[in-house]
Design a protein around this ligand. Sequence first.
Ligand code: DSN
Length: 423
Amino acid sequence: MSDMRPIEQVDPLLAGLIQKEVDRQRSQIHLIASENYISMAMMQASGSVLSNKYSEGYPGRRYYEGCAIIDEVEVLARERAKRLFGAEHANVQVHSGSQANLAAYNAVLEPGDTILGMRLDQGGHLTHGSPVNFSGKLFNFVAYGVDEKTEQIDLDQVRALALEHRPKMIVAGYSAYSQLIDWAAFRRIADEVDAIFLVDAAHIIGLIAGSAHPNPTPHADIVTATTHKALRGPRGGVILSREKFAKQIDKAVFPFAQGGPLNNQIAAKALCFELAGRADFKTYSNQIVRNAKVLAGAMDDEGLRVISGGTENHMFLVDLRSLDPDLTGKEASQFLDDHGVTLNRNAIPFDPRSPFITSGLRLGTPSVTTAGMMQEQMVLLGKLIVEILRKRIDPYSVTLYTDQIRELADAFPAYPEDFAGHA
Ligand code: DSN
């Protein structure tokens, strides 16, 4: 029989590290826009015996025996994803967002083909053409950006670049952009140049599930996403597509990009799509957006400039130079992490500083909303963050503000006090 002793007995060193991470997650306020807290049921699905099974192939067409139940789990996940987003096809085997993009590009393009995508330093993602990533090495990326004045996507520029370069694919959907995206306008541009329209919805997929953001699925040929951000599921990816691309997408995931699927994660995705279709998830995702708006407004009121004038989704960027021309994203994010608030530095549009230093911070509200914080807490949090940064060389003031941060974290913990950090 398998060893059924708890991890605390089998490997106290590792169990101790997991416990330390729970303590960190409980004691800090988390504003990293791509993170969230998973539930006990999600941990149980993700940590289940489904991890034991190899099942290369797809339901009904496997290379291993004993896959009948695994087939049911994968079909359940696929059907729930299709219903949730109104998609014709869903691939739930893809391990991550980056691999979703790797598979999706290779499903419908040839190496060397031109793709039009957003610049990484203005909100795009590593897989949208970075020269150090497979995307930039395998494909010829042409980049669009935001307008310098509005800091919002300039659709005229997107159209002009599309007409000039005739890309085979146009990519929309970003990692650091806080405005709504006009899916129909992108579709029109893609149709004009006969390009495939791919939406990378990794960041906003949870909002889409809860109807807090317009759904790109009716407009896009392919939608790639992750399941662990605002969607509050396990770490993993999903690809939604039109039926006509289904076979190509599936082949590009397995056998092109991956081997055996992570069946435990697929089970957790099935749970995630079920939960995200329930009424309380709609309330949750709308609250994420409300919290982001209030947090951005509170920081703006304190004199910290919010990029593009505000947010319509779960995140926003701030320009630290509006507080202090010498303050960098690196210094600010490290200082805040040391004083109870975890977030990430982020390049802002037309940032003169390097991506490792930056002039901005990115803030997102999925985690604090899961913890139960509402508008009232966002007003306080926004004010405290700005004050901590403004008074960072005054230890007495910083201590007063940090005490309030700690009180807020204690009042809205990520997990119960006695939780060991695993199912
Ligand atoms: N690393 C994720 C993010 O923070 O946006 C995207 O892959």
